[in-house]
Write a protein that binds this ligand. Structure first.
Ligand code: 5GP
Length: 204
């Protein structure tokens, strides 16, 4: 039987740079895990492509997916729905590949309940002022949305205890290196490796 892939969940407060870190990780050709493209009801930002950055859905379609149990997790975040397609995640894990989710904290909590042996990584900003800076300089959000996102972000940082690892996003490349190192270490964890050796010994 094929060994199942690892479910890697990257989460953290709004504006911490999860998207940037995730894109940087996947820009490296040696990255062996699969990115799960999320569904959302928010409008595409300039340059975003349907089926690449997100699957952009109407509220009606998204709610139908919730009803049909097609989402591993979903959350309403600053007025829009975001969710992870369950079939893609399950099939990819079954095929032995690692799946990488980049999601906000309410969703990560739901995934933790369903996949307790997933790998949960929390990305944090070096400071709160740095976080606000990043949200403001992204320049895509109105003042109200920025303030709302800061309030949400502070509450989100308090949810750190849900995670296995905390990675500071001081520099994107360094944060990516730390995440990759954590994934490598997780694959070497005795609890994950041992069943394979127990089987080998049974055959001998
Ligand atoms: P943005 O609108 O900036 O692309 O994303 C807003 C927030 O939604 C970010 O924190 C992002 O990580 C999160 N997000 C993206 N996809 C998903 C998803 O499938 N589920 C959940 N719960 N959050 C998501």
């Amino acid at each position: 039987m094929k060994e199942k892939g690892l479910l890697i969940v990257l989460s953290g407060p709004s504006g911490v740079g999860k998207g940037t870190v995730r894109k940087q990780i996947f820009s490296h050709p040696e990255t062996a895990f699969e990115y799960s493209i999320s569904m959302t009801t928010r409008n595409p930002r300039e340059g975003e492509v349907d089926g690449v950055d997100y699957f952009f859905k109407s509220r009606e379609d998204f709610e139908a997916l919730i009803q049909q149990d097609k989402l591993l997790e979903y959350a309403e975040f600053v007025g829009n729905y975001y969710g992870t397609p369950v079939d893609y995640v399950k099939e990819t894990l079954e095929s032995g590949k690692d799946v990488f989710l980049e999601i906000e904290v309410q969703g990560a909590r739901q995934v933790r309940e369903k996949f307790p042996d997933g790998l949960f990584i929390f990305l944090v900003p070096p400071s709160l002022s740095e976080l606000k800076n990043r949200i403001v300089t992204r320049g895509t959000e109105s003042e109200d949305v920025i303030n709302n996102r800061m309030t949400v972000a502070k509450e989100e940082i308090e949810m750190m205890n849900l995670y296995d690892y905390v990675v500071e996003n001081d520099q994107v490349e360094l944060a990516c290196d730390r995440i990759n190192a954590i994934v490598v270490a997780e694959h070497c964890r005795r609890e994950r490796v041992e069943p394979r050796y127990i089987k080998m010994l049974e055959v001998e």
